[in-house]
Design a binder for this molecule. Structure first.
Ligand SMILES: [Fe+2]
Ligand SMILES: [Fe+2]
Length: 487
């Protein structure tokens, strides 16, 4: 959430972040000068600046303007997303998006000014951060591009064209933020690129109306390609950012919850019972996340992988057994060790296959430090003395995020509701309430900031969703042999 309480900064944080913002302003100037040298084809750049006082003063002016723009961007992030920019990698990611967008816009602008992928910077940030940041940084980027256009003044012959480019950058980028569906498929996102091109096409047609039919068509085609190009470059470049900065975009979440994904395929083959359980937990977790405004796709992905550790010893888990139970031949201690290992094994497998860390944490935390009551009770039967319940409990840690708390609750509810005989709404609600209260009593939510109100909303969401999963079937009347079919 954007308005969460923000942490305090030390002097070292201010210094580091200020240097990074200052560095970006300098890098933009270097890119400007580099582009200027490239389009002007002058060999000795230094003497060019020393000889031409106007050029030097222009350069100093643009440098100061860039510093001011950087400063305003810093103030925005500092007041709105302080924790986000405290992390150096996040700042580098934002600036890298801007620098890449600048280079791409410069290169395509050389072909035709209407071919510039104006919305590129905004759409990348939409997928990597959020709408608000995408809109704000796009404003900053549009201003920077305008400074560049004024400075280079190469393919834009008049200031009117420079301001048109500024307007298109702002309109096309902002429009893209509202039009492009972050939860849509890559193909749908590409198609939305055509809508993003509309303001560019309208401007191109209006401004080039007198340039002749052939030229007008050419310009309109370039303009039509602008938005599409932005979205095409986005789909190519996004995996790099996902990998380099460990960002889980909705594209990536969609891919890892695909049933053809490597680990999900293993789960289906080796532990089909667990896979079926996973599907129900995923739909419950999705409903809960929607109800308390968390990312439902992330909750779904965490649910898909929460029991992935069971593939190592699938037959030891009830849902995968068909009659034979290997625990009948094991001591309760050994059984406990096998059962509780699945949480750590899951995290281990997810990390080994380089899946996102957030999934590993969900797998590790989904049982918290809850006891495995069945084997604890079994062990008690074999001893006269006392037993430490911790020896029969999961290793933890307890859920550290709201989503992991949701996975914990949904996981337990799915298993418990199976055992409820008469699944009326009241009985299901009672079972869900018991699960949540039991975990509250055992202090399982003390490491995450979930509230009583949210737990109440989650309880209702699970009860309603489970009523849909386990609804009573309509009893079909038995047909006697020889009687004609009712159809
Ligand atoms: Fe589990
Ligand atoms: Fe589970």
């Amino acid at each position: 959430m954007d308005n969460q309480k923000q942490t305090k900064w030390k002097t070292s944080d201010y210094t580091r972040v200020s240097l990074l913002f200052f560095g970006q302003a300098i890098l933009m100037i270097v890119l400007f000068v580099g582009a200027y040298a490239l389009v002007d084809e002058r060999e000795n750049l230094l003497s060019m600046f020393l000889e031409d006082a106007t050029l030097l003063s222009k350069c100093i002016y643009i440098f100061i303007a860039e510093i001011l723009l950087s400063f305003i961007t810093f103030i925005y992030f500092y007041t709105d997303k302080r924790d986000f920019i405290k992390k150096t990698s996040n700042i580098i990611m934002i600036f890298l998006v801007m620098d890449i967008s600048f280079i791409v816009c410069f290169l395509f602008g050389n072909i035709n000014i209407y071919l510039r992928p104006y919305a590129l910077c905004a759409v990348i940030l939409l997928f990597l951060v959020n709408k608000r940041t995408a809109i704000f940084v796009n404003c900053f980027f549009s201003m920077s591009m305008m400074l560049f256009d004024l400075f280079v003044n190469y393919y834009l012959e008049t200031n009117f064209e420079v301001y048109t480019a500024l307007l298109l950058n702002f309109i096309s980028g902002t429009l893209a933020v509202f039009i492009v569906d972050e939860e849509g498929s890559r193909l749908k996102v590409l198609a939305q690129g055509l809508l993003v091109s509309i303001p560019v096409v309208v401007s191109a047609v209006c401004l080039e109306f007198t340039s002749g039919v052939e030229e007008l068509w050419k310009t309109a085609l370039f303009a039509g390609a602008s938005g599409l190009l932005s979205l095409m470059i986005l789909t190519v470049i996004l995996p790099f950012f996902e990998y380099a900065f460990g960002i889980l975009t909705n594209f990536r979440l969609g891919e890892i919850t695909n049933h053809k994904s490597r680990l999900i395929k293993s789960l289906i083959e080796r532990a089909p019972g667990t896979f079926n359980h996973t599907l129900i937990v995923a739909s419950l977790a999705e409903a809960c996340s929607n109800a308390i405004n968390l990312n439902p796709l992330l909750a779904r992905a965490c649910a898909y992988y929460h029991d992935i550790g069971k593939i190592r010893k699938a037959d030891y888990f009830a849902e995968n057994q068909a009659g034979y139970n290997p625990h009948d031949e094991l001591s309760p201690e050994l059984s406990t060790d096998i059962i509780r290992a699945h949480a750590r094994d899951g995290a281990d497998i997810i990390r080994k296959y380089r899946y996102p860390e957030v999934l590993a944490e969900a797998a590790e935390q989904h049982h918290g430090t809850m006891p495995i009551r069945f084997f604890y009770a079994k062990a008690l039967k074999f001893t006269d003395g006392e037993l430490d319940i911790e020896d029969y409990s999961y290793y933890g840690p307890k859920p550290k995020t709201k989503i992991n708390a949701i996975i914990m609750i949904c996981d337990a509810c799915e298993a418990k509701v199976r055992t409820v005989g008469n699944r009326t709404h009241e009985n299901v609600d009672k079972a869900v309430k018991e699960i949540i209260e039991e975990r509250m009593d055992m202090d399982q939510f003390s490491d995450c900031d979930i509230t009583f109100r949210e737990l109440d909303i989650i309880r209702n969401a699970i009860t309603n969703a489970l009523a849909g999963v386990y609804h009573d079937r309509v009893k079909y009347p038995k047909l006697k042999k020889g009687k004609k079919d009712a159809n």
